[in-house]
Design a protein around this ligand. Structure first.
Ligand SMILES: *Cc1c(COP(=O)(O)O)cnc(C)c1O
Length: 399
């Protein structure tokens, strides 16, 4: 459905092949196995000569509709799915990396991804080089030394740093590397890494794609050849998406454009409001002109996203007072849902780090991650206002 606009495709794409009985909605097919009376037909499906399903760990009709929809939204040749976003990442890396390989990435990747880089890949004798996020020259230099994979994520967690995908994809291509981009924060509504030169794009569908914080899932999109290799690795290793999750994600994705547009609008308004608040030391949002990634973001993103973060004076004490006062925010380790979600980085994305490590990464102890929901903006601003006003003034006289 590549001729229609993305909001229309989010609703219609990928579903037609899976409708049965005249139903207008994709069914949840819970059956684990699919039976055949004709031995030759069974064989043909089993060897992939004929379309069909054999066993739920490999393929499933509901899951296939999810894959067809995300493939369409990322304008990819193919897509495959996973039980979680982390399964998408670990299986993709597992497909291509073998002992002796070298991978170049950035320091600010998602916490789980960072654990793979620092804990699991090195013990398989895979050389991991993590560059300062946003330091394009250093990334280019490391990539030029030769690597199997260049792994990027933009915007990043929690200070929403921006990496130039087109420039980095070019560097990757020159070095013969596979360029992989985690597009979870941007969503296909705001950014299509494949169109910017990446080979593979990864999503935690748990976040914006599902959008309702009620289903886990992951996806990888790219060329048919690469995706087939990843699919094979996943079908054997078994990190399969559950059909019920696929159904919930499909339902959520129909409103992706509406939700993400509103979340971006709300995030921009919240970022501007926070800049006027005395207790707030700094605001990180790529839509603000003083954000170091503002120009590149304007170039490669359609909107600046629904994620921002801000640091408060008084550090952890202020965070402890402030967050429980909010009426319209879940205090949770999640993002991208219809509800606004807040959390301190020291508890959520960077809980494994020491205060010193967080400081070295440019993450103040008083940093709060804010995932804008789709609530009315007046209510969100008023909610923050009353929470700020409730703070004991004594806390800030020195700040
Ligand atoms: C949450 C997240 C992941 C991991 O996804 P899960 O579905 O929780 O496994 C990966 N990358 C980014 C950017 C994320 O926000």
């Amino acid at each position: 459905m590549k001729e229609a606009k993305i909001g229309t495709r989010a609703i219609w794409a990928g579903e037609q092949d899976q409708l049965a009985f005249g139903a207008t909605q994709v069914p949840v097919v819970h059956s684990v196995s699919f039976g055949y009376d004709d031995m030759d037909e069974w064989y043909d499906v089993a060897i992939g000569k004929k379309a069909g399903h054999i066993y739920g760990r490999n393929t499933n009709p509901t899951v296939q509709a999810f894959e067809a929809k995300i493939k369409d939204l990322e304008v990819a040749e193919a897509a495959t799915s996973f039980s979680t976003g982390m399964a998408a990442i670990s299986n993709t890396l597992g497909t291509f990396l073998v002992p002796g390989d070298r991978i170049v990435s950035i320091k600010d990747t998602y916490g789980g991804t960072n654990k793979i880089f620092t804990e699991f890949l090195p013990r398989q004798q895979i050389d991991v080089v993590l560059c300062d996020t946003g330091d394009h020259a250093t990334i280019e230099k490391e990539v030029a030394k030769g690597c199997k994979v260049l792994y990027l994520e933009t915007p990043t967690n929690p200070t929403v740093k921006i990496t130039d995908i087109k420039r980095m994809a070019h560097a990757g291509k020159e070095a013969g590397a596979l360029v992989i981009v985690d597009n979870t924060f941007a969503t296909p509504i705001n950014q299509n890494p494949l169109a910017l030169g990446a080979d593979l794009v990864i999503h935690s569908a748990t976040k914006y794609l599902g959008g309702h914080a009620d289903a886990l899932g992951g996806a990888v999109c790219g060329s048919a050849e690469l995706v087939e290799e990843i699919y094979h690795y996943r079908e054997i290793n078994g990190a399969t998406m559950d059909p019920m999750a696929a159904y919930l994600l499909l339902r959520g994705m129909k409103t992706l454009k509406l939700r993400v547009d509103k979340q971006c609008e709300n995030a921009m308004a919240i970022a501007k409001y926070l800049q006027t608040v005395d207790v707030v030391d700094s605001v990180y949002y790529p839509g603000l002109e003083d954000h170091p990634g503002n120009e590149i973001a304007a170039e490669q993103m359609k909107q600046y996203g629904g994620m921002l973060s801000f640091a408060v004076k008084g550090g952890v004490d202020t965070v402890r007072h402030l967050l429980p006062k909010l009426n319209y925010a879940n205090r949770a380790a999640n993002l991208g849902s219809v509800e606004t979600i807040v959390g301190p980085s020291r508890t959520t994305s960077h809980v494994e780090c020491t205060p010193e490590e967080r400081a070295a990464m440019g993450i103040p102890e008083g940093l709060i991650r804010y995932s804008a929901g789709i609530e009315d903006i007046e209510d969100l601003v008023e909610d923050l206002e009353q929470a700020f006003q409730s703070l004991p003034t004594s806390q800030f006289v020195t700040a």
